[in-house]
Design a protein. Structure first.
Length: 221
């Protein structure tokens, strides 16, 4: 049996395709309860969700799957299959601001137009275009259990070492998993990484942009 981890690329040294500007435009700027990520309120599938995730983003090159906050955000095309999985909650997101900022992988000319600006500041301050809200479609936050809440039910889960950083930076963590745990919890939040069962990965795989995410595969023995 295999499982997978998905981690947002966070180190752009030597990356010829994307920098922080591209990543911020790709994922967007998320907030909940008046606080922006990473200081926003983290909600899990087994906790109350009093308010939706608010996202400010560009309408150019909107991905089917992104991670502006602690969980993945997916387009409507994935909802039907994900709804069949246990122990997740699909919560519609609200687009707070939709702005028009073009970007493209490998294009490093954004500073010629915008100057040395924090890309998130563009998402906060550029004009919100009301027409974009009518066209963007529906997206949902894939709220799952955090690993520590799920693992308590599986005392025989085995320790597995996983990688969590963007190369060349290195960081390993030890996670405890079992096949029955992944059957019951096919999507798990493990901090920097989202853990996916093979079934969950097969649902999402085609929509995961490998230029913005690192996918790692591990055997589960």
């Amino acid at each position: 049996m295999k499982f997978y981890t998905i981690t947002s690329i966070s180190n752009f040294i030597g990356n010829p395709k994307i920098k922080t500007f591209h990543a911020d435009m790709f994922h967007g700027l998320a907030e909940r309860d008046g606080k922006e990520y990473p200081h926003d309120t983290i909600v899990f599938a087994n906790t109350d969700s009093p308010s939706p995730l608010l996202i400010s983003r560009t309408v150019r090159h909107i991905p089917d799957i992104c991670r502006p906050s602690s969980h993945l955000v997916v387009s409507q095309r994935y909802v039907k299959e994900l709804e069949q999985l246990p122990h997740i909650r699909l919560m519609p997101v609200t687009f707070k601001r939709l702005v028009d900022v073009d970007y493209a992988k490998g294009d490093m000319s954004w500073d010629e137009k915008w100057g040395p600006v924090d890309p998130c500041e563009l998402l906060r301050t550029l004009a919100d275009v009301s027409e974009f809200h009518k066209r963007i479609g529906h997206y949902s936050e894939v709220q799952c259990y955090r690993w520590r809440d799920a693992v308590e039910k599986y005392p025989t889960a085995k320790e597995i070492t996983i990688e969590e950083r963007t190369p060349p930076l290195q960081q390993t963590s030890v996670i405890r998993l079992s096949s029955s745990m992944l059957e019951d919890f096919p999507i798990i939040n493990f901090g920097a990484s989202i853990v996916l069962s093979k079934c969950a990965f097969q649902i999402l795989s085609k929509g995961i942009d490998r230029d913005f995410f690192i996918i790692r595969e591990y055997p589960l023995v």
